[in-house]
Design a protein around this ligand. Structure first.
Ligand SMILES: [Zn+2]
Length: 165
C-alpha cells in the first residue's frame, strides 16, 4: 500500500511540471525555474504583473507610470530579489527583464531572466526569495530546480521563502 501511494505522488509531480503552459497566469502566483550547471546558476522568474504593480494594463496615469519605473529600477538590482548563501561565492551577471503585455489578453506577466557565476558551486546550499516582503500580493511561487542532484519541485511562500538545493 505504501509503495502505491508514493508512486502516485511521483506521477503527480511529473505531470504538474509537464502541464506548465506559458500562460499559467494566476494572480499572486509565480513560477521560478532554476538550473545549476558547473559554476553557473541561471533562472527565470515569471510573475503576474498585477502582484508587482497592483495593475497589469499598460500604465496610463502618472501614478501608474511611476509605479512601473520603480519596478524597473528594482529589477536592475538582483540583490533585492535573491540572496544566495555566501559560501558559494556567487556573483550576479546582469539580469534581463521583459514585461510581457499581450494587447489581446487582459493579463500580463513579468519575465525576469538572471544568472550567477559561482566560484564555489559545491557550497551552493540555498537561495532566499526576498521579494515576498516587498510584494505582499505574491502568495506562492512554484520553484523548479534542475541540478546535478536531479530535478525538484518546491512551493515557496512568504512563510517559506528559502529554496534549498
Ligand atoms: Zn492577470
Amino acid at each position: 500500500m505504501k509503495i502505491l501511494i508514493s508512486l502516485a505522488l511521483i506521477t503527480f509531480s511529473l505531470t504538474s511540471i509537464a502541464q506548465k503552459s506559458p500562460h499559467s497566469h494566476q494572480h499572486g502566483k509565480g513560477v521560478l525555474e532554476m538550473g545549476i550547471e558547473g559554476r553557473t546558476l541561471s533562472g527565470t522568474l515569471e510573475m503576474p504583473l498585477e502582484a508587482l504593480l497592483g495593475f497589469e494594463h499598460a500604465p496610463k496615469t502618472g501614478k501608474e507610470r511611476s509605479a512601473q519605473s520603480k519596478l524597473e529600477t528594482r529589477l536592475g538590482l538582483i540583490d533585492a530579489w535573491f540572496e544566495i548563501n555566501p559560501e558559494a561565492q556567487c556573483t550576479p551577471k546582469s539580469p534581463q527583464t521583459k514585461l510581457d503585455r499581450d494587447a489581446q489578453a487582459k493579463h500580463s506577466d513579468l519575465l525576469y531572466t538572471f544568472s550567477y557565476s559561482c566560484s564555489n558551486p559545491g557550497a551552493l546550499k540555498e537561495i532566499r526569495l526576498l521579494f515576498f516582503k516587498e510584494y505582499p500580493s505574491i502568495k506562492e511561487v512554484k520553484v523548479e530546480v534542475a541540478s546535478p542532484k536531479g530535478q525538484r519541485l518546491i512551493m515557496a511562500s512568504p512563510k517559506s521563502p528559502i529554496v534549498r538545493f
